[in-house]
Write a protein that binds this ligand. Structure first.
Ligand code: GLU
Length: 451
């Protein structure tokens, strides 16, 4: 069996970190089993769906390196849904209703007042042909509900949550189609999962009760002749992502790829964090995707909400930037910064964008501090002692140690300050050759006040 997963966003906004995590896990689940990962654009809501969001979703997935094996769009499949709908209607699994939103609201309140579940009371099932004809004559079109089978509990073994059991009578027949003929999400999704051969539905736990309903939709569609395999996908619902403060936060809902990119977060860092957040596996700065894919296992997912912590993301990002190859970043580095420059600067970076600032230590101009008299003499000596060979820093510091008897901080710090204008920074052994002999001597001489 080829594993087929899908990521099914509605293009009504940008992806946020929670969606990104769902997309990543579906991609990983497919890759882990050599399967296929589909992008399905759930755009049946014509009013709220926007083409710009479809494009943004594609661009975000590309930035993350989660390339879909195929893309599908619900708006291109309306005829398929209409056919399935007619078959379900012939089988008596969908029925027309006319209640207004206000009427339904009132019914809900009455049910709650009586201590009953606030689900639809199926009053429309009692309507006669004459009632329907009267509505039609008044020009009132019905909306449609899916008739749940109340006979037995709905059960499945959830890949994350374990055995699940729902009483269909507590769920309420869902509206699947509006009076204007447009579709709500539930039925088209089940039809697509059948048609596209989806084997695993992995999504957030906010969809658990939808799954109960959709399992009955799968069965009803199979009975109505849809889907050759008659198999229901395996379902898994992951615990939701919460902010580090432990709550579902608005802030997380607004965090998307753009804001991460602007902050200098590498897609690899986001992937490394989200791949394992909420699982029993350690979150580590792993740049190798195959390694993450190989360790991906639904059984490692916990049921407690996964905490998203910005500080953790930044730590992982920093660690990954320190490992990044020159070839991966070359096009984002300041001009003139070569591989040796990247290697010298890399350990000091929190983000690749910071490279420009550090590279100025090499290209100059730098601002040197005021030196004490004694250090000025020392730096004048340094300017003289500078020689240019295999390892000029090693040669310079050992010569100065011998000549002046200085050691430790007194030996190194004035040199670093004179050569870079800073108290800390990249390894001087790597940096000095990049500064170059002439410039290094000029800096030492300037610092000595003898220029
Ligand atoms: N479009 C649905 C959503 O974004 C898809 C849910 C799903 O079936 O994965 O919530």
């Amino acid at each position: 069996m080829t594993v087929i997963t899908r990521f099914a966003p509605s293009p009504t906004g940008r992806l946020h970190v929670g969606n990104i995590r769902t997309a990543l896990h579906n991609w990983m689940l497919a890759k882990r089993h050599g399967g296929r990962f589909l992008l399905r654009i759930d755009d049946t809501d014509a009013e709220r769906s926007r083409e710009e969001y479809v494009e943004a979703i594609r661009a975000d997935l590309a930035w993350l390196g989660l390339v879909p094996d195929a893309e599908e769009r619900q708006s291109a499949r309306l005829e398929v849904y209409a056919r399935a709908f007619e078959a379900l209607r012939a089988a008596g699994r969908v029925y027309p209703c006319y209640e207004t939103a206000q009427e339904l609201d009132l019914k809900r309140k009455v049910a709650l007042g009586r201590g009953l579940p606030p689900v639809y009371d199926r009053a429309a099932l009692a309507l006669t042909e004459a009632d329907h004809a009267a509505s039609a004559a008044e020009g009132v079109a019905p909306h449609w509900r899916f008739l749940l089978d109340h006979d037995k509990p709905i059960t499945w073994h959830d890949g994350v949550r374990g055995p699940q059991k729902f009483d269909p009578a507590q769920l309420g027949d869902p509206v699947i189609r509006r009076a204007d003929g447009s579709w709500l999400y539930m039925l088209p999704s089940a039809i697509d999962d059948i048609d596209m051969g989806v084997t695993h539905v992995l999504r957030g736990e906010d969809h658990v009760s939808n799954t109960a309903v959709q399992i009955q939709m799968f069965t009803a569609l199979h009975a109505a002749g849809f889907g050759a395999a008659k198999a229901v996908p395996q379902f898994a619902h992951e615990a939701l992502l919460v902010g580090s403060e432990g709550k579902l936060s608005k802030r997380l809902g607004a965090l998307g790829c753009d804001s991460f990119r602007e902050r200098g977060i590498e897609p690899e860092a986001l992937v490394a964090l989200l791949a394992r957040l909420g699982t029993s596996l350690p979150v580590e700065p792993i740049a190798d995707r195959q390694e993450l894919v190989d360790s991906f296992e639904l059984a490692t997912f916990g049921r407690a909400p996964a905490r998203f912590d910005d500080a953790e993301l930044e730590r992982i990002n920093t660690a990954l930037v320190h490992q990044m190859d020159y070839s991966k970043v070359a096009d984002r580095l300041p001009s003139g910064m070569d591989e040796a420059g990247w290697h010298a600067i890399r350990p000091n970076l929190a983000t690749v964008a910071d490279a420009g600032e550090w590279w100025r230590l090499v290209t100059g101009p730098i601002a040197q501090p005021e030196f004490a008299e004694e250090d000025r003499a020392y730096l004048a000596e340094a300017a003289q002692a500078l020689t240019w060979g295999e390892d000029p820093w090693q040669a310079l510091t050992s010569a100065l140690k011998e000549r002046t008897g200085r050691k430790g901080k007194a030996l190194f710090l004035p040199l670093r300050q004179a050569l870079t204008g800073m108290d800390h920074g990249p390894d001087m052994g790597e940096l000095l050759p990049l500064i170059g002999e002439g410039e290094a001597r000029a800096r030492l001489t300037a610092a000595s006040g003898q220029a």
